[in-house]
Design a protein around this ligand. Structure first.
Ligand SMILES: [Fe+2]
Length: 250
């Protein structure tokens, strides 16, 4: 159910008003990552949901249109065509899944298989783009002490982490993702060749870099390295720090 944020409301107070936890509210409203709810905006109350409900895109943060080295047009096309397109496809696929023929399910080809494959691909596309856009719009530099200490602990030094993350960004066909892996409670830089290829289960993303050509082609043509440079200049480390504070063991 949508809720119109009023003056004086906070994430905590809205959750409290309904006797619910902040975590559920934040999970259903990824646009609130790293900031407070603002009067006049609409948030989704997940405990009041109608079933099944459609997913909605997060709003385009105006900070993303003023990045250093990544143009507003590049971001607009990436956000409005690619990201919103994945949101729409998730909804379309789930609509079709309501009536898809389960009896004919088959691993070589079937309508049901096509829809389920598409659902995984599109939903990962939605979530990875939300992580990516949410961790952009800052002023780069280095993370705060807690995350910095964790990078030093797991990679030897900040410099070695950054060198490895940049290399993953150059080697990947889709994404470079700094993640906490539940398996060993350690940070890793993981490589994804597409949204649904290379995803390591039970990992918690801390910093996400999109290296698909659509993320930089307007600004840099086929030159990916200067785009990765620009990404580092615009990281919103406080968002990554909050992700780490939420899940981090160190
Ligand atoms: Fe993308």
């Amino acid at each position: 159910m949508p809720y119109n944020v009023k003056s004086g409301d906070t994430v905590a107070s809205i959750a409290q008003k309904y006797g619910q936890g902040e975590e559920a509210l934040l999970a259903a409203n990824p646009q609130l990552e790293g900031r407070e709810a603002e009067a006049g905006e609409v948030v989704w109350l997940p405990w009041e949901q109608e079933v099944p409900r459609e997913i909605r895109p997060i709003p385009l943060d105006p900070r993303l249109l003023r990045l250093d080295g990544i143009s507003a047009e590049q971001i607009r096309q990436h956000f409005e065509i690619l990201y919103v397109g994945y949101v729409n496809k998730v909804n379309e696929i789930r609509q079709q899944l309501r009536t898809a023929n389960r009896q004919a399910a088959n691993p070589t080809y079937s309508e049901f298989r096509g829809l389920k494959k598409g659902e995984t691909y599109a939903m990962d596309g939605v979530k990875l783009h939300e992580y990516y856009f949410n961790n952009l719009g800052g002023s780069g530099g280095r993370p705060g002490p807690r995350l910095l200490r964790a990078l030093e602990r797991f990679f030897g030094s900040y410099q070695r982490w950054e060198e490895d993350f940049r290399a993953v960004g150059l080697a990947a066909r889709g994404w470079a993702v700094l993640s906490l892996d539940d398996r060993d409670q350690a940070l890793h830089n993981y490589l994804l060749d597409s949204h649904d290829h290379g995803v390591v289960v039970m990992t918690k993303p801390i910093l996400v870099l999109d290296v698909y050509e659509h993320a930089y082609f307007l600004d840099y043509g086929a030159h990916r390295a200067p785009y990765i440079e620009a990404f580092f200049r615009n990281i919103r480390w406080e968002v990554a720090e909050r992700r780490w504070a939420k899940v981090g063991a160190a």
